[in-house]
Design a protein around this ligand. Structure first.
Ligand code: UDP
Length: 493
């Protein structure tokens, strides 16, 4: 009798930047290995699934992928000041646990009927891939006798940070803030990093987010039942960290570097950005974007606008309304709240003066396509890991402007170790000034710049390494094959 293909459930946390790499992992497992995937989407009444989320799941290949949208959880009991986007992500996941349990149980016991895309029954569920924001899912899965994996949509360094956090927490015991650590942190395979460059969201050891992260980390370190950690990375971009992790976790738990998994499912509608790029000279445009939810203060937006103008370079800027409290204010939002008039917060006359040479688009651009366009020659980025990988895959050198989460860690690696990015310096008050911005943009974009030539060349090499990792015998292709083989062996038992 023919062996049934394996069926897995994947559970990204809310926010398109986790859903994209989860979906791409699904796409590869389905198309290259015949695995069936159910993607489970959690949301809240405050933040229903965004258009970007819907586009991601709709792009997945049918009929082997199915999507289950869970009932949105309510935040009616929370005060507006109670929680920022990070805490809301964790709360959405924890409040969705009963629904997650219900869906996994039904998939594990009676296949079918949960599908929104097909009526045919999927094969029995064998494994669950959880998001690092939702470790409790692992317990539910184990209770149902399913194998468990954690997929880190970010890189191996982020996983390494989590696996070492309990130890780091002991070292940091005398300090309230990680930024006050007197010595640089040097974890296996890492360059030395200052405490202030570690995960932005868990700098304060007294915060609930920090405490929750330490708890999650202890879980990851001690849970021998986790079959594997899958990371969206590849050998050449993080070889030392990946090797160190593979040694640390030697035994039952396997580390699978399967990246770069970058978004391939963007829709084909004609975008103003792409039409505008069609009319610009090759490699001449600096793309400026701070990820799915990054925001700048009013003062910083003003400085950036003048910096772009003073640089004399062409640019395509995804602009968001300023936020003076939080750098990830728009993380769970699907679009601007109300009409977004860039002229309301950009300096007077900026749009007029830069017309033709620059384009400011509100809130969102088809980033993967922008980076793949021949006119794009540089990317001023917040160094989110998806953005970083998308830039690497397209060979576009970076200006590193980290904001939150693990972005400062990424920036250090991109600038100092891989040398594929330049980084503007902030003043004592944290503001990056227009003169500095203009200088760094010119250094990246001008043909005659030696600094620019170096990062462009390194980025070309890294692009080649990424292509190699995904080639037929590449390291990431082999890691994915190994993962798929293990999943297939589960249906044989
Ligand atoms: N993105 C996009 N258009 C935008 C902004 C972001 O398509 O205008 C996509 C981007 O291509 C990437 C993701 O959103 O895939 C952002 O993920 P990243 O890890 O870079 O940053 P985060 O959103 O987690 O801060």
């Amino acid at each position: 009798m023919k062996q049934a293909p394996p069926h897995i459930a994947i559970l990204p946390s809310p926010g398109v930047s986790h859903q994209i790499p989860f979906a791409e992992l699904a796409r590869r497992l389905v198309l290259h290995h015949g695995v069936h995937v159910t993607i489970i989407i959690c949301s809240s009444t405050d933040h229903p699934p965004s258009d970007a989320t819907k586009a991601v799941v709709e792009s997945l290949p049918t009929p082997h992928t199915r999507t289950v949208f869970l009932p949105p959880v309510s935040f009616d009991d929370l005060l507006p000041t109670d929680s920022g986007p990070g805490a809301k992500v964790a709360l959405t996941m924890s409040r969705s646990l009963p629904s997650i349990h219900h869906v996994l149980k039904s998939l594990a016991s009676t296949p079918a009927l949960t599908s929104t895309s097909t009526n045919s029954s999927p094969p029995p569920l064998v494994a669950v891939f959880a998001d690092p924001f939702a470790p409790d899912v692992l317990d539910i899965a184990k209770g149902l006798d399913l194998s468990t994996y954690v997929f880190f949509p970010s890189n191996a360094m982020a996983l390494s940070f989590f696996l070492h956090l309990p130890k780091l927490d002991e070292i940091a015991a005398p300090y309230d803030l990680l930024k006050d650590l007197p010595e640089p942190v040097k974890l296996p395979g890492w360059p030395p990093l200052r405490g202030g460059d570690l995960f932005g969201s868990i700098q304060d050891r007294r915060s609930n987010t920090y405490k929750r992260s330490v708890q999650t980390s202890k879980w990851f370190v001690s849970d021998e039942g986790i079959k594997g950690f899958v990371v969206n990375s590849f050998m050449d971009v993080e070889s030392e960290v990946i090797k160190a992790l593979q040694e640390k976790k030697a035994g039952e738990t396997v580390i699978y570097p399967v990246g770069p998994l970058v978004q391939t499912g963007q829709n084909h509608e004609v975008s103003e950005c792409l039409t505008w790029l069609d009319n610009q000279p090759r490699g001449s445009v600096l793309y400026v974007s701070f990820g799915s939810g990054g925001t700048l203060s009013s003062d910083q937006i003003t400085e950036l606008a003048f910096g772009l103008e003073m640089s004399g370079q062409r640019f395509l800027w995804v602009v968001r309304r300023p936020n003076n409290e939080s750098a990830n204010a728009e993380y769970l939002n699907s679009g601007p709240k109300g009409p977004l008039e860039a002229s309301d917060f950009l300096p007077n006359g900026f749009l007029k003066r830069t017309k033709g040479r620059g384009l400011a688009v509100p809130f969102w651009a088809p980033q993967a396509k922008v980076l793949g366009h021949g006119s794009t020659g540089g990317f001023l980025s917040h160094c989110g890991w998806n953005s970083t990988l998308e830039s690497i895959v397209c060979g576009v050198p970076l200006i590193a402007w980290p904001l939150y989460a693990e972005q400062k860690m990424n920036a250090v690696v991109l600038v100092e170790s891989l040398k594929v990015a330049l980084r503007p310096k902030a003043g004592e008050d944290g503001l990056i000034r227009r003169e500095e911005i203009a200088e760094v943009i010119k250094a990246l974009m001008e043909d005659t710049s030696e600094e620019g030539r170096i990062v462009r060349n390194h980025m070309k090499d890294l692009k080649d390494s990424a292509t190699k990792a995904l080639s037929a015998d590449g390291s990431s292709t082999r890691a994915l094959f190994e993962l798929a083989s293990t999943l297939k062996s589960m249906t044989a038992n």
